[in-house]
Design a binder for this molecule. Structure first.
Ligand code: RIB
Ligand code: CA
Length: 314
């Protein structure tokens, strides 16, 4: 491991919960983030790239941020302004503020060059639509031998969120998801089955607000995010941060090794991650599907990471 830390590449579409995932990744002290790549999803590719650079600069993270796909492989882009706001970070995503320099490389080059040249295998943490990863796997399949595993936020064994059947990240680019799930690379799927249990509650958000500048900003992001989620939950599901936590603390979720296929052609179930719990398809298991989660430990990890970032910012 790089200096005792787990080498990772994070692919994201900030996105409010993506931002919290980045704060956890840089504040946990357990990950060596070799690069951050961005993809269109929660908002446009321009916005996700700017949001990632701005938020990483805000939390004091010095890392290359490379822009990826502005649309899915075959389909028009579907975004989620009702959850993340038009610019993708609630009120924080407004363009025009200081906009840290962008990387000269594309997400494709960052992912493939880093994997092929890093001395160790690298864990990939995609927390948006899987377009960038699918393109890299198709164009340079030789990267597979350098991937330790993929720990992705996406999918649902049970209920979807973008449609009754499909979770947003998979729904936006189902063809990309199918390429990833059929790649043969070890996958851990952090889906809605656990992220809808790993909620942060209002009193915990108020505790964050008292930590300092970064905690206050994360709390403000949670305030905006709650406008959407309060209709359904007592707290906010910080989907993407749980995928990051599962990289350095795998036991925070309980999983089953199951066959997962992605629906790419049906009218009502497009983007469904079809999880074969009883092995009736006879297909080989290809994914560790997260089904249980230690919510309290998850919130503790987020608190510790924000406190660390606050200390580093002083
Ligand atoms: O369904 C939740 C996922 O979709 C999260 O990654 C969120 O950021 C959105 O991209
Ligand atoms: Ca996301």
């Amino acid at each position: 491991m790089s200096n005792g830390k787990i080498p990772v590449i994070i692919d994201c579409d900030p996105g409010i919960d993506d931002a919290v995932a980045l704060a956890l990744a840089f504040g946990c002290g357990k990950l060596d983030v070799l690069g951050v790549t961005t993809v269109a999803g929660n908002t446009t590719g321009e916005n996700t790239h700017r949001n990632a650079r701005k938020f990483l600069s805000f939390i004091g993270a010095d890392v290359e941020v490379a822009r990826g796909a502005d649309k899915p492989i075959l389909r028009p882009l579907v975004t989620a302004p009702q959850v993340h706001g038009e610019t993708g970070l609630g009120g924080l995503g407004e363009p025009g503020d200081e906009d840290p320099d962008a990387s000269g490389r594309s997400a494709f080059d960052l992912i493939t060059d880093t994997l092929l040249n890093h001395p160790e295998k690298v864990t990939l943490v995609p927390v948006g639509p899987l377009t960038n990863l699918a393109i890299a796997l198709l164009a340079k399949p030789e990267i597979k031998r350098k991937i330790e595993k993929i720990v992705l936020m996406g999918g649902a064994a049970l209920e979807g969120n973008r449609t009754p059947a499909a979770e947003f990240n998979i729904y936006v680019d189902p063809e990309a998801a199918r390429i990833v799930f059929e790649s043969g690379v070890p996958i851990t799927m952090i889906g809605l089955d656990v992220t809808h249990k790993a909620l942060i509650y209002p009193d915990e958000i108020e505790a964050l607000r008292r930590f300092g500048r970064i905690g206050r900003t994360v709390a403000e992001l949670m305030d905006f995010y709650g406008n959407h989620y309060r209709k359904r939950f007592e707290g906010n599901p910080i989907h993407d941060a749980l995928a990051v936590a599962a990289v350095f603390e795998p036991d925070i979720v309980s999983t089953r090794h199951l066959s997962v296929c992605v629906e790419t052609s049906a009218e009502f179930t497009l983007g469904r991650t079809v999880v074969d719990f009883r092995g009736v398809t006879g297909r080989e298991p290809n994914c560790h599907v997260a089904l249980g989660v230690d919510r309290e430990r998850f919130i503790e990890l987020i608190f510790n990471a924000v406190k660390y970032l606050e200390q580093m910012a002083q």
